[in-house]
Design a protein around this ligand. Structure first.
Ligand SMILES: NC(=O)c1ccc[n+]([C@@H]2O[C@H](COP(=O)([O-])OP(=O)(O)OC[C@H]3O[C@@H](n4cnc5c(N)ncnc54)[C@H](O)[C@@H]3O)[C@@H](O)[C@H]2O)c1
Length: 267
């Protein structure tokens, strides 16, 4: 078997579409088998639709088309017990686990006086506690032989990105949690790293945020401007960072904040 992650078994949450699908496909191209998790339902606090079961099936199809195995589960990452059961089932089917990619995430847009406590709770619950749930579902399968936890943050996890404050806070939270886990788990050879993408064209479409940036708060636009002359990066560019962190090429890398940000955090 050849490939940069040949024979590795990897959990990806939010795998039905967007960057989650891209990570799954990129890892399968390099020889990994996948446990694919997604909520496959929309949430009332989130203004754009989330993925569907058809989307999750399509990701699984793309993985198997590459000759790799895929085990899919429809689970909400906010439900720690259900997530652990799904991961246990996937691990039993694939014969073990080597890495997890906590990628499921949601965003809301709003100013200080329009952001609601329901938005806060949903965004923190999915992005921060859901990432914790993903790490804790994966860890029982990693602590014996070592492994790699990859937690998807954002450039909003490194700078004060405005007009989506719960998102920015949750993505900073992912960094703190990952740093603490990296310290705690280094002794058992579990590496913990975060990935920080700049904007990528996906199904994550917070029109409220874009509206504010184009009209009432256009003054804040420069905060979102990349240094490299591109408006967005592509999912595959972020997947290449994830691939490196899953692979043994990064065997001595832990506690890294891996920016795939076209230089936006330099600004
Ligand atoms: N798109 C960007 O510009 C961008 C930039 C930086 C970071 N990110 C992060 O990248 C990750 C992937 O986002 P994307 O752009 O592909 O968005 P997306 O909305 O296309 O995909 C997110 C996926 O997560 C799933 N999901 C949402 N809530 C869930 C839950 N509670 N349980 C299980 N699955 C759930 C959705 O159904 C969807 O399939 C997110 O963590 C996001 O915050 C995105």
């Amino acid at each position: 078997m050849s490939g940069r992650v040949a024979g590795k078994r990897v959990l990806v949450t939010g795998a039905a579409r967007g960057m989650g699908r891209s990570h799954a496909v990129r890892l399968a191209e390099e020889g990994a088998d996948l446990i694919l998790v997604d909520i496959c339902a929309s949430l009332p606090e989130i203004e754009y639709p989330l993925a569907t079961t058809e989307d999750l099936d399509e990701t699984a199809r793309l993985v198997t088309e590459l000759g790799r195995r895929a085990v899919s589960h429809v689970v909400d990452v906010r439900d720690g017990a259900a997530l652990a059961a799904a991961v246990d089932d996937g691990v039993a089917e694939l014969g073990g686990l080597d890495a997890s990619v906590a990628n499921a995430g949601v965003i809301t847009g709003g100013t200080w006086d329009t952001t609601t406590s329901r938005q806060w709770r949903t965004v923190v619950d999915v992005n921060l506690i859901g990432t914790w749930n993903t790490c804790s579902a994966a860890l029982p399968h990693l602590v014996e032989h070592g492994g790699s936890l990859i937690n998807i943050s954002s450039v909003a996890g490194l700078k004060g990105s405005p007009l989506h404050t719960p998102y920015t806070a949750s993505k900073h939270g992912v960094v703190g949690m990952s740093r603490a886990l990296a310290n705690e788990l280094a002794a058992v050879n579990v590496r913990v790293n975060t990935v920080h993408p700049t904007g990528v064209e996906t199904g994550m479409r917070p029109d409220t945020l874009h509206g504010l940036l184009h009209e009432a708060r256009a003054d804040l636009g420069p905060i979102f401007q990349n240094a490299l002359p591109i408006v967005m990066t592509e999912a595959r560019d972020v997947s290449n960072a994830v691939l490196f962190l899953v692979s043994d090429e990064s065997r001595h890398v832990t506690g890294l904040e891996f920016k795939v940000d076209a230089g936006v955090t330099l600004r």
